[in-house]
Design a protein around this ligand. Sequence first.
Ligand code: PGA
Length: 292
Amino acid sequence: MLAPKSGDFGYKNRKLIVLHCCQGKLSLRVVILESVDAVTLFAANEVSSLLKHRTTNGLGAVLGLATGGTPLGLYRELIARNSTGEISFANVETFNLDEYVGVPPESHSSYRYYMNENLFNHVDIDLAMTHVPITCGVDLEASAADFENLIELAGGIDLQILGIGVDAHIGFNEIGSSLGSRTRVKTLTQRTRQDNARYFGSVDAVPQTALTMGIQTILEGQSILLLATGAGKAKAIRDCVEGPITASVPASALQLHPNVTLAIDRDAASELANADYFLAAERNRAVASRSS
Ligand code: PGA
């Protein structure tokens, strides 16, 4: 059991708070950075400041975590900061977005293995407090329901880290996912299976299905930080930020969330019609924070 979180009104009430916020000021912040390293640093600073703030106040934190290539730099940086004592994961609970169906945790292709190798085994986290959807030897529907219950018991996710697919999927919420979806089994698109073939040796070896947090589950996080780098993500970022909200672009649902930040490099921002506006907004934000 983690230390309580500040202002912990309980998960059910938090949903009401999110709805309430949506009726007021929505905030989708787009931070365009010079390089992949700058995106990594920005993300590490966001996570670190949450953990430090909670630690200072003797409180726990709940992180939603992503896999894939994009967050690897972030995890390396968090490990480095943990090793110097700058941040601690002793009071942190984590929930991963997704896991392939039928891939056992000990398999090198599983997301449990990825998380252990790339973060958990190198920081002071209690492994029992790390949750990756369980997809082997279980009833998948029951496993999905258990996962949702665990998030609720933890008091909800404070900060959800996201990557984005080239087709704008988030988690494994593929094109056409209901914006109101919760944790469940999804069939992967051929595109996603091709993109992830690098982890399995061949596209045929990539599972057909995965258990993934739903879009609604993701939207219930208190804050969301989406990371994207490279020109391959430029169209997905444009559709996510500047397109209509539609199940055909799962990431566009983030426009409904009151506290989303996209940290992206110039290549990933290259198709944004309003890139100059977002850059100006960040400059003004910096000026405002210096003068406050
Ligand atoms: P990537 O994957 O970080 O490996 O590009 C992102 C995703 O598919 O969500």
